[in-house]
Ligand binder design. Structure first.
Ligand code: IMP
Length: 203
């Protein structure tokens, strides 16, 4: 996402075309007085190649590309799912795992099949949010949420892997949570709160 300094309103553009992510950013940042836009609102931005090996690297690549192209302060997030039984895959490849355009209903079924008979079902969502500005070192805010792979998909909220991500403290999958419940414990919610605290300190 990109924060464009404007005296009348605080505008943030999410550097993503992922509608689920954009919706979560909106629900967390609009109450804080930001107008949240998506990368689609930025004209002429060339496609950004996410070729980093860590979430933090990819988040910086995205935010820095926008800073370099528009000469503005920028913020972006990179996130994904680490499954311990799969050596922490899909990790930074979460969006591309089994094909970028493959429906998540299918990706989730494949994961459940591969998990059959595996006892260790621990996994986590990771989110890195990067802040960049012309002539400044990037700042990165990272957080995780520890979960388990469920035994079957449940719930219709959220997006992506959420129906098969079981959060033991709530006894629900991420897709069974309301937006508020998910934002209160999620990787993205926690990383955004770190970013907001840092931005507040700088005011
Ligand atoms: P990115 O846009 O390259 O950061 O890709 C992130 C990918 O990680 C998404 O497309 C999802 O596959 C996955 N992911 C990250 N956060 C979540 C979440 O909160 N719920 C479900 N899937 C997620």
């Amino acid at each position: 996402m990109v924060a464009m300094k404007n005296t009348e309103e605080k505008v943030i553009v999410v550097a993503s075309t992922n509608q689920g992510k954009i919706r979560e950013f909106r629900s967390m940042l609009e109450p804080e007085g930001y107008t949240v836009k998506s990368l689609a609102d930025l004209k002429d931005m060339p496609e950004i190649e996410e070729n980093g090996t860590t979430f933090a690297e990819n988040a910086v690549i995205k935010a820095q590309s926008v800073t370099d192209f528009y000469g503005i302060e920028a913020i972006s997030d990179d996130s994904g799912l680490e499954i311990d039984a799969f050596d922490r895959q899909p990790g930074v490849h979460s969006a591309r795992y089994l094909g970028h355009d493959t429906p998540y209903s299918y990706k989730n079924q494949v994961i459940l099949e591969k998990m059959k008979g595996i006892e260790n079902r621990t996994c986590r969502y990771v989110c890195a949010i990067a802040w960049t500005a012309p002539g400044r070192e990037p700042a990165v805010f990272e957080d995780t949420v520890e979960c388990e792979i469920a035994y079957e998909p449940r719930g219709n909220n959220g997006f992506g892997y959420d129906p098969i991500i079981w959060y033991p403290p709530f006894h629900k999958t991420m897709a069974e949570m309301t937006d508020e419940e998910k934002n209160s414990i999620s990787h993205r919610g926690k990383a955004i709160r770190k970013l907001e605290a840092w931005m507040d300190e700088r005011k």
